[in-house]
Design a protein around this ligand. Structure first.
Ligand code: PLP
Length: 387
């Protein structure tokens, strides 16, 4: 079972803090945006005598509200096509376990959300990484590259749109390419849309709206990022394929039910006004613009402009970002401050890739981002391993 590459530098950050150094955390996707008050109030004021199990598929009232939210977002989804899960994490695991047998393969464009590896281990399936490149902004690899990887055990393609860690937002042409691929090769499309509501440049093409592959698409959703509710542990698996829903429900029954309090939170959040995301989106967009322009102004650094989510990948003029990200915590500070970054190697399935790249999460306000970028700039001036 792989350790999380995002958390492995934590001891060095803790040691820096013990030395009195302020650490700017750009390493992890923990949003600083406040959880909506009315959603918190719904939990606070919930009147109950017994904290019961809920339905294994989630409370019907919540699923009905979710269905309305999807309809408002342009997806015609019935509440019975939704299974509420313990975070998007459990939805990914249920999707793998329900659609693939042990030893089956899923193709995932890399770099990808590193925990997919953990879910693949748990489900006893194999991830076949397909490299996308920083030079093309991490666009979808060409069809021919997918087809080279498709073999007798290939059962699906997994995407994250917009992407963690790259922030890449797939175009309608790329989604059409994927549609044709899954149709031609009889595959499932697992679409992780955890960041769907955070798109800045371009429009999100919903996987559930792809025509002619309705029974092949499994969408993964979560309230973690949408409502800054990571600790609630509520996600959902959505598909129009009844066989998959039946199988997923068996896994859902085995774990009894998703968390009750956070379902109340999620249900209340569905009633937020349609313009709720405007302010959050505008804030992330401002941060993205600060981060990307500051990064590209540092000699030797390159950061493509991400279209969505709240992550960016950058290449640095160093030989090994694992070493650099440790050094910047362990041996560097500027005005008694430093920055924690995620080395990108852990987001690649192919060994050795991403050694010059880092992922940055723009989950801090613009003033803090400027300070973090001051630290990175100074660190790159001083770093002995610079190339
Ligand atoms: C792409 C992606 N999918 C799934 C998850 C897991 O989300 P949850 O907190 O809902 O389990 C994350 C969390 O960072 C993520 O970035």
């Amino acid at each position: 079972m792989p350790a999380s590459p995002i958390r492995k530098l934590v001891p060095y950050a803790e040691a820096a803090k013990k030395r009195g150094v302020k650490v700017y955390h750009l390493n992890i996707g923990q949003p600083d945006i406040e959880t909506p008050q009315m959603a918190l109030d719904a939990v606070r004021h919930f009147d109950f005598k017994v904290l019961e199990y809920s339905h294994s598929a989630g409370n019907e009232s919540y699923r009905r509200k979710l269905s309305a939210y999807y309809k408002r977002s342009g997806m015609d989804i019935d509440y019975q096509q939704i299974i509420v899960t313990t975070g998007g994490s459990e939805a990914i695991l249920f999707a793998f376990m329900s659609c693939l047998d042990a030893g089956d393969e899923v193709i995932i464009p890399e770099p990808f959300y590193a925990n997919y590896n953990g879910f693949a281990v748990a489900a006893d399936i194999l991830v076949k990484p397909l490299t996308s490149y920083i030079g093309s902004g991490f666009a979808l690899p060409p069809v021919a590259e997918f087809e080279k990887l498709i073999g007798p055990r290939t059962r699906g393609i997994m995407i994250c749109n917009p992407n963690n860690p790259t922030g890449y937002l797939y175009s309608s042409e790329e989604m059409e390419t994927l549609r044709q691929l899954i149709l031609k090769h009889d595959l499932y499309l697992f679409a992780d849309e955890a960041y769907r509501d955070f798109c800045y440049t371009g429009q999100h093409i919903h996987s559930l709206n792809l025509q002619g592959v309705e029974d092949r698409v499994i969408m993964i959703d979560t309230i973690s990022k949408r409502y800054s509710a990571c600790g609630g542990r509520i996600g959902a698996l959505i598909t129009r394929n009844q066989d998959i829903l039946d199988t997923v429900l068996k896994f859902a029954q085995a774990r009894l039910s998703p968390p009750s309090f956070a379902q109340i939170l999620g249900e209340a959040a569905c009633d937020l006004p349609a313009d709720y995301f405007d302010a959050t989106r505008a804030e992330y967009l401002k941060r993205r613009d600060v981060l990307v322009s500051r990064l590209n102004a540092i000699p030797g650094v390159y950061c493509p402009n991400p279209g969505g989510a709240f992550y960016a990948m950058a290449s640095l003029p160093v030989d090994d970002t694992d070493k650099f990200c440790q050094w910047i915590l362990e041996s560097f500070s500027y005005e008694n401050q430093t920055v924690m970054l995620a080395p990108a190697g852990g987001f690649y399935g192919t060994p050795g890739l991403g050694k010059k790249e880092i992922r940055l999460a723009y989950v801090l306000n613009t003033a803090a981002l400027h300070k973090a970028m001051d630290c990175l700039q100074k660190a790159l001036e001083e770093y002995p391993g610079k190339i």
